[in-house]
Design a protein around this ligand. Sequence first.
Ligand SMILES: NC(=[NH2+])NCCC[C@H](N)C(=O)O
Length: 414
Amino acid sequence: MTAEIAQTQAPDAVPGPAPRVDSEVGPLRTVLLHRPGAELKRLTPRNNDQLLFDGVPWVDRAQEEHDAFAEVLRSRGVEVLLLADLLVKALHDDRARIAGVHSAVNERRLGIDLADALRSHLSSVSPRQLATALMTGMTFEELPAAEGASLVRRMHHPHDFAVDPLPNLLFTRDSSVWVGDRVAITSLAMPARDRETALTDLIYAYHPRFAKTGRAYGAHSAPVEGGDVLLLAPGVLAIGVGERTTPAGAESFARSALADGLAHTVLAVPITQERATMHLDTVCTMVDRDAVVMYPAVRDNLFAYPVRADGDGVVVEGPVPFLEAAAEAMGIDRLRVIDTGLDPVTAEREQWDDGNNTLAVAPGLVVAYERNVETNARLEEAGVEVLRISGSELGSGRGGPRCMSCPIDRMALK
Ligand SMILES: NC(=[NH2+])NCCC[C@H](N)C(=O)O
């Protein structure tokens, strides 16, 4: 099935109970992906670091790899929603259009006149053209011709960005996260990704499918990224705190989840503040209801600060060993760590290539990059079924199957 056919089939509203996500591994019903598009063509050796890519991907191949990823999910009965389709649909609402235009036009960069010209241009184009501009960005050379002189236009290089592209939209995990039947619009730490949440925000606000969806983490002030949020079990969240999510982000997310009754325990987990471990899900993902795959180098030194509700406030304990705190909060004897037993160099290489970043389709069934041969073999030895996808190009953005997916509906665990 092509992406084109799939999009025309995605219904605006689905009958039945409201979608919800209470775990990392409950059978996956619906997932949000973003098929990478022209925004990846904006990457050059001069801007790729700033745009958080480690190279310049071959875009056609990245799209093929992504289509194959989506197809693997569909073959397992998962409904795949594509972000661009949802965005176009949402932008049919005038309020969404205003919000979208507002998010794209940066007066500090453009100056008042050019900003006005861009605003009126973007307000006049079709929803699809506006969606493209919002995702792909615009260079100065692509701005509409305008009357009168513009110093800003004259002095910028034609290839400078008037509206920044969003190549990291690919990683839908980070810009929104479902907890129970609510969705939280996150607050992304890096300037290159900041505007992504304007798009997820307007999708959930104006796409008819989400008309009844409530919000979590309404404040979305301090940085919290979805890659740091793990739903270990119903009512139990782990939040990585490191390069992206800050202590303030973890605290306010925890407070709001506890106050809303979406969680009874939130484990704040410090992780090393560096690119290789930018999110908790780069070192640890769940592969079964009581099992995780974890980067061996962090296994014995992951700690957690358990946060629980206490009257109107919270109590904070710890630090305590993560695995023990998690098992206790989850009400199980032990949270198993799949013993990858890898030598440190192989482990480091496969961690970098997102070997620990798996997406569970059901308990004991995960999608993983094929290149992480050793980690995948150990998962299979431990009884986890691995659906392999290729990610030679997708991986240049440093994200694996979990990063590239935002579950919207999972069945309850029995
Ligand atoms: N959940 C994740 N691990 N996401 C990976 C995001 C990768 C992206 N290039 C970034 O640097 O932000």
